[in-house]
Design a protein. Structure first.
Length: 219
């Protein structure tokens, strides 16, 4: 393992090559200078499509200034550093039905895309009319995997799973519902539908990463 010692952090600059997937910097709790230094270490080692996640506006602005070509997605609080276009494989479908859930959904979609999946966004799921869900799902061909984002009662992942043969990655969010996503998380964890796997609350990065691995294996 090759490590770059920065004093405040030990950056594993070989992990991206070992695993074959883009590296990520979790920005929350780090200073702007720390994030930029870690990014410089990774990009200096040859890493591409480095993901800066949970980044505030000041951090996003600093990354944009420090690394020309950086792609910034403010709503998802995410930046892609040293972006390189990759051909999208298979199909990941990211689903939600409330505007409040779209930030987490977009983080998952962007991560899966940076890793090399073709992503279809469907942010108009009929969450208030479950009877319309079967027809809504039939409107497009089945993807390799679904990411289903829900911050209310958490029923949407189970409903989608019960209507498809594909795996569902459930992404509960803290936007809406009781106790900042706890109800959605518990509902997804206790789903009665086989084939639902769950990431933590607001973990769009984990959902997108997992969805890409499933999608790539099938493709």
């Amino acid at each position: 393992m090759t490590v770059d010692e920065l004093g405040f952090a030990r950056v594993d600059i070989g992990r991206g090559r070992r695993r074959g997937h883009p590296e990520a910097i979790y920005c929350e709790g780090k200073t702007v200078a720390e994030v930029v230094a870690i990014a410089e270490s990774l990009i200096g080692s040859g890493a591409v499509n480095v993901l800066a996640t949970r980044a505030g506006k000041e951090t996003l602005d600093a990354l944009r200034a420090a690394f020309p070509g950086t792609v910034v997605h403010e709503r998802a609080r995410l930046a892609v550093l040293a972006p390189v276009a990759v051909p999208g494989i298979g199909r990941v479908e990211v689903v939600c039905g409330r505007p409040e859930d779209e930030a987490a959904a977009e983080e998952a979609a962007l991560v899966a895309e940076a890793m090399g999946s073709r992503v279809v966004r469907r942010y108009d799921a009929p969450v208030h009319d479950p009877a319309a869900l079967p027809e809504w799902l039939r409107q497009q061909d089945a993807p390799g995997v679904f990411v289903v984002v829900d911050g209310t009662g958490g029923a949407l992942p189970t409903l989608v799973s019960g209507l498809t043969e594909r795996m569902v990655v459930a992404l509960p969010t803290s936007a809406g519902g009781e106790q900042a996503g706890q109800a959605a998380l518990l509902s997804a964890l206790n789903s009665c539908s086989a084939g639902v796997v769950v990431v933590n609350i607001d973990n769009g990065y984990g959902a997108g990463y997992a969805a890409h691995l499933v999608n790539a294996a099938g493709a």
